[in-house]
Each structure stands twice: as structure tokens, then as C-alpha cells.
Design a protein around this ligand. Structure first.
Ligand code: URA
Length: 210
């Protein structure tokens, strides 16, 4: 994505109900004080991309770089994720909206706490409702477990397109796991993103979940 693909660029897009809803949600999230992460954050990371995206990517939480820049997935793991997405999508800016479960960085990149996920998840629910993506790529165990309301591990969940009655979800590994775990994890992420693309093209069907 180009650096100018910030959510604020919505002002240049034609107005529709969804865009208006997303913009007012962004304003609300920017001043959120629902949990103590609001004290330690530098920036709220609402997300970026097209409000008309067919695909929504949901990660875990902003890291140091994301907190500093106010943009999702801009650090090392974000660069890997964007590279892999770029292999399947020509124009990430218009085809994808990227966000996280948590909109604020947990100190020292610790795992999100259940209470934080609970408090922040209504923002994600409203983002999904506003964008109405055809499919959500759940990146990492926290996103996949939260979206699919399961305790199963990401290794068991990935490599399938699920429909839980409301939303189509493709779980995959977190790119940080790929950076730690080596080429096999990257290959599996690539396969999951290709599967998502096949679903969009009508060439892969959904499995019921659970
Ligand atoms: N990891 C995430 O889950 N999200 C980001 O935005 C960056 C790193």
C-alpha cells in the first residue's frame, strides 16, 4: 500500500452510508478510553484501506511501529504480510481493508488480554458491519479464535474457508510466526491467501463452523 492510503482519504471517495458509518466510528475510536491501553498508546490504529473492500484482514494488535505511525502492519511482520497479499491482489489499497482486534498497542507487545479483546471487539464488529466484506482473513490465533469463537489452535483452523452463519473467515498464521518459524510457515500463509482468492473467484467452497 502507498503511504497515502490512510483512512482519512475517505473524504475523496463518494459518500455512502457505509463510508459515513466507518468515518464516524473512526472518530469515536480515536478518542477511546475504554481500557488502560489508551494511557500507554501513542496512536490509535483504526485500520486502513478501502471501505468498499471485498476482503478484510484482521490481525492481533498494533506493535511498536504501528503505534508510532498509527497504521496497521507496517513493521517487519506487516511487510511480510503485505508482500504475501500482494502476490494474490493487484491493488491492496482498493481491494483490502486491514485492521486489528485491538486498536491500541499492548505494552512490550504482550498478548492481548481477554478483557481488552472484549472491550475492543465492538469496534471490530462495527467495522465489519460497515465494510461488509465478502471474506475476512483472520491473521494469527487471537484473531481466528475471536472471530470464530473457538479455542482451537491456528494450526488446526487454517487451510479452510469457514462460514459460521454470519461471516466467511479464512484463518492463517500470524506473519510474526512465519518470521520466527521459517519458510514452511510462510508457504502455508501463502497457500491460505491463495485459498481466499479462490473463494472470491467462486472456486473454493465454505465449510460450516463449528
Ligand atoms: N501485528 C499485528 O497483529 N498487527 C499489526 O498491525 C502489526 C503487527
Amino acid at each position: 500500500m502507498t503511504p497515502c492510503a490512510h483512512f482519512d482519504d475517505l473524504s475523496k471517495l463518494p459518500t455512502s452510508e457505509n463510508i459515513t458509518r466507518l468515518r464516524s466510528l473512526n472518530e469515536q475510536v480515536q478518542s477511546c478510553q475504554l481500557c488502560p491501553l489508551s494511557i500507554t498508546r501513542t496512536n490509535v490504529v483504526f485500520g486502513e484501506g478501502s471501505p468498499l473492500a471485498r476482503v478484510m484482514v484482521v490481525g492481533e494488535a498494533p506493535g511498536k511501529d504501528e503505534d508510532e505511525q498509527g497504521r496497521p502492519f507496517v513493521g517487519r511482520s506487516g511487510q511480510l504480510l503485505r508482500k504475501l497479499l500482494g502476490e494474490s491482489f493487484d491493488d491492496l489499497d482498493s481491494e483490502i481493508f486491514i485492521t486489528n482486534l485491538l486498536k491500541c498497542r499492548p505494552p512490550n507487545n504482550r498478548n492481548p488480554e481477554p478483557k481488552e479483546i472484549d472491550l475492543c471487539s465492538s469496534y471490530l464488529t462495527r467495522q465489519v458491519a460497515a465494510i461488509s466484506p465478502e471474506v475476512v482473513l483472520a491473521v494469527g490465533a487471537f484473531a481466528a479464535r475471536t472471530l470464530l469463537k473457538t479455542k482451537l489452535g491456528i494450526g488446526e483452523l487454517r487451510a479452510k474457508v469457514y462460514f459460521d452463519g454470519e461471516q466467511v473467515v479464512v484463518p492463517t498464521y500470524h506473519p510474526a510466526a512465519a518470521l520466527r518459524g521459517g519458510p514452511l510457515v510462510t508457504t502455508k500463509m501463502r497457500a491460505d491467501i491463495s485459498l481466499l482468492k479462490l473463494y472470491l473467484e467462486g472456486q473454493a467452497s465454505t465449510c460450516p463452523f463449528p
